[in-house]
Design a protein around this ligand. Sequence first.
Ligand SMILES: Nc1ncnc2c1ncn2[C@@H]1O[C@H](COP(=O)(O)OP(=O)(O)OP(=O)(O)O)[C@@H](O)[C@H]1O
Ligand SMILES: [Mg+2]
Length: 385
Amino acid sequence: MIRFEHVTKRYADGTTAVDDLSFEVSEGELVTLVGPSGCGKTTTMKMVNRLIEPTSGRILVDGEDIAEADPVSLRRRIGYVIQQVGLFPHKTVLENTSTVPHLLGWQRKKGRERAAELLDLVGLDPSVYGDRYPDQLSGGQRQRVGVARALAADPPVLLMDEPFGAVDPVVREHLQTEFLRLQSQVRKTVLFVTHDIEEAVRLGDRIAVYGSGRIEQFDTPATVLGAPATPYVADFVGADRGLKRLSVTPIEPGDLTQPPVVHLDDPLSKAAARLAADGARWAVVLDDAERLHGWIPADAADGAKGTVRDHARRMEAWLPVGAPLKQAFSTMLQHDAGWIAVLDEDRFLGVLTPARLHEALRRSIDADAGGIARGDVQLQTVADV
Ligand SMILES: Nc1ncnc2c1ncn2[C@@H]1O[C@H](COP(=O)(O)OP(=O)(O)OP(=O)(O)O)[C@@H](O)[C@H]1O
Ligand SMILES: [Mg+2]
């Protein structure tokens, strides 16, 4: 969808910002460009919508050499979220969001409807925020408007230059989660610039790690973290890459263990027998429809009368299958839980324990395309953190 062929950009003062760059982003793929300040990320991005012209080489968008495209119509096909958000201060949120539809000559009503729909999509209620001005929003809300505006004309390609750079880490993580959800619905072809490796691995289907003006490695987050191609990349992703892998390794059904399961209406005596048979200290409690209700400790079931319902405790710590191991880990810490339940929609699949979490991380490292030896990988344990 976006293809760089031997692209070089040399500025008038002789600075080579991008040096013989070749890579390709597939349709519907999100590629993050990550690297230190000044390594050429913004330059790369601005060449795609011709805000900057390459010195040599060519860039194809959807098979078309963009040097031959009309820059204005090219830009309308490419949503752009810039480093400093760049909302018009004297226009309301709705007006800002419908800027591009307006430029495209859409009728005002249609443009505003589309804008309202998009504000909803990025989590801003248009009836609350639509008529506000940018300075009446928080930093995170402004960034969401920036994303909504870039999506307004439904462009197939999105360029995002540190779109979440101006907010604190908590808001940033929230925006990332929302953006991933959004991207799973709209499936744009995205080039996403960041200098934050955590953000790069979290969002990217693949990531391009930039040195100065060049790509040092272009691969999946798991491979970049598991098998850095050069010492530079290893240094850039950091000594704690074993830990960072947690955020790119999903929980799989095979990682789970099966504790004893009892049901809400079971007599406690039956539950106690079930627990004793397994020598278990607790059981998972499901309702009639096999949905997770909670758990029951062995000592609550032992010798007591009544049903499981009377003694079941609510489950706070649960996650959907496919969630990253990092989330499992932080949920365990947050709830001080020795295990967490894993669900597929409503269905209970099993539980993840710290030992299984560790095995899952091993699995993901062993599965690397690079096939690095186990002994080469330093896994940090909780005690190191
Ligand atoms: N108009 C220009 N004239 C000369 N040099 C420039 C110009 N624009 C950028 N540069 C230089 O090109 C290099 C790459 O700049 P670029 O903006 O692409 O970096 P970046 O990776 O986006 O950095 P940051 O993370 O700080 O945004 C830098 O050394 C910068 O100083
Ligand atoms: Mg930049």
